[in-house]
Design a protein around this ligand. Structure first.
Ligand code: SAM
Ligand code: SF4
Length: 478
């Protein structure tokens, strides 16, 4: 990046220039390694958790690539290993500790020069940092969610010293735009429209580890979407923890509905998706914009969490079962045929059988095409962790199974309704099981498998649905 003398430079541009300089320095060292050893250094990158992390990892990978590392999917041949961690549920954290045990052996026996980096949500917790300092001293670089762009500087620092580099910030400072990136799919891309969350749902750790809500300006977002379109991207996913409160704190406030209309105008983009939409802020204006924008997919991910208004109150969600179902009704009225998906938590503290039955009611009424279902996980530091009446494990697991018994037949029926229809499927990749089958998504987000060849990837293909496998559909090209 060139900065011309005399031009006004934003602090974020200076920061980007600084990191690019670190990238250049590391690349020199990695090139020298390649010359001496006849091979490039390799990096292995693992993103855990949500789409935000997956997208952050695309940037981490882009920076590592520019530093002269090449990607590998084989962890045990990597010279640089980076885990972008999640802490939304306990399982995700346990997985990281399990892998760190293996990495200690890897470093001792196989590759003593390997660099291990940990970043993301889990690292924003003091208890985790203490555990790492005491038990996992073989980790080389630790950083959090607010300073991802500093990876090059942290790698350079680690290369100069033999001590673990810790760099954890407590809050966000600035958004550094235009980081190098390796996109996981050539024809579809995620775009952050905002970071952080202000909602403090009582079970959720995200606001503590991702900080307060901040929106990117529409100008920056549209510039990124235009650039993606020029690169051949046809589908964008607009990402935020609660996209419905997008733009409220900008100097010139803009609503999410207005942003959708702007993205809808970008030439070359054919499909627009977004997540996540918090029901408490979902406006009539947004439903209207979704209905009117031809590129916005007629699919809405609308996390309900629980069907009991009392549990929703305890969860600090600010809507009721009735107001949630009213949104579903309005969305269906404005967009007949729209598909809905959701997130559900079973076993929140104090959940009674009656509360649970209300969740089943919502599943039956909303008729989701898919749902992400979770067993409540106690997260230290959140209000729900100290609530009385934590539900016993056996009761929770029984409810969870009974929920699936209600949910899965509905998911099957909703998919069955598509059989015989012709859908436009965006061909995304070759099936991992069968190289003559492509997988892609219909506008309504349903996964479709159909016969095809690799050159069709990135195209919109008309497909007739001939069979239903509950969680995906089988089609044939017409
Ligand atoms: N911002 C999004 C929203 O409000 O729906 C969701 C973000 S969160 C990373 C994804 C999902 O994880 C949530 O919708 C919720 O269902 C689930 N989740 C969050 N905290 C949880 C916890 N402590 N136990 C179980 N599931 C949890
Ligand atoms: Fe967590 Fe609630 Fe924020 Fe979603 S809206 S990230 S569930 S606090």
């Amino acid at each position: 990046m060139e900065i011309k003398a005399g031009t006004a430079v934003k602090p974020s541009e200076l920061e980007l220039a600084r990191q690019l300089e670190y990238i250049r320095m590391i690349r020199e060292k990695n090139d020298a390694f390649e010359q001496a050893n006849g091979r490039k250094k390799k990096f292995y990158s693992l993103a855990m958790g949500c789409q935000m992390n997956a997208h952050d990892s695309e940037k981490l990978e882009g920076m590592l690539y520019e530093m002269g590392f090449e990607p590998t999917e084989v962890e045990k041949e990597a010279d640089f290993i980076i885990y972008n961690t999640c802490c939304v549920r306990e399982n995700a954290e346990l997985k990281v500790y399990g892998k760190l045990g293996w990495l200690k052996h890897y470093k001792e026996v196989k590759n003593p020069d390997a660099i291990i980096a940990l970043c993301g949500c889990m690292m924003q917790q003091e208890t985790v940092l203490q555990t790492l300092r005491q038990k996992y001293r073989h980790v080389d670089i630790v950083f959090g969610t607010f300073n991802l762009y500093k990876l090059p500087e942290l790698v350079a620092t680690r290369m100069e010293s033999d001590r673990t580099v810790y760099d954890i910030w407590q809050e966000h400072q600035e958004v550094v735009e235009d980081l190098p990136i390796i996109r996981h799919f050539p024809y579809k891309a995620s775009v952050n429209i905002m970071f952080g969350c202000n909602n403090f749902c009582s079970y959720c750790i995200v606001p503590y580890v991702r900080g307060r809500e901040r929106s990117r300006t529409p100008e920056d977002i549209i510039a990124e979407v235009r650039k993606l379109a020029a690169d051949g991207v046809k589908e964008v996913m607009l990402l935020g923890q609660n996209v419905n409160s997008y733009g409220k704190n900008l100097d010139n406030p803009v609503s999410f509905a207005e942003l959708l209309r702007m993205v809808n105008e970008v030439e070359g983009i054919e499909r627009i998706r977004f997540m996540t939409s918090h029901p408490k802020d979902l406006s009539d204006e947004l439903i209207k914009a979704m209905a009117e924008c031809d590129k916005v997919c007629k699919y809405l991910h609308l996390p309900v969490q629980s069907g009991s208004s009392e549990i929703l109150r305890q969860m600090n969600r600010h809507y009721t079962k009735e107001s949630y179902m009213e949104i579903v009704r309005k969305a269906r009225e404005a967009m007949p045929g729209i598909t809905l998906s959701t997130d559900i938590i079973v076993g929140f503290p104090g959940e009674t059988e009656e509360d649970f039955q209300q969740t089943l009611d919502v599943i039956r009424e909303a008729r989701y095409s898919t749902a992400f279902t979770f067993i409540y996980s106690k997260r230290t530091g959140t209000p729900a962790a100290v609530m009385e009446n934590q539900v016993p494990e056996d009761v929770v697991s029984d409810r969870f199974n009974r929920m699936l018994d209600v949910l899965n037949p509905i998911v099957h029926e909703v998919h069955e309704e598509q059989v015989g229809k012709v859908m436009t499927v965006f061909a995304e990749e070759v099936s991992k099981q069968n190289s003559s089958i492509l997988t892609g998504r219909a506008d309504n987000n349903m996964l479709v498998h159909f016969p095809g060849t690799e050159d069709m990837i990135g195209q919109m293909i008309p497909v007739k649905i001939i069979d239903n496998k509950t969680f995906y559909l089988i089609g044939e090209r017409i």
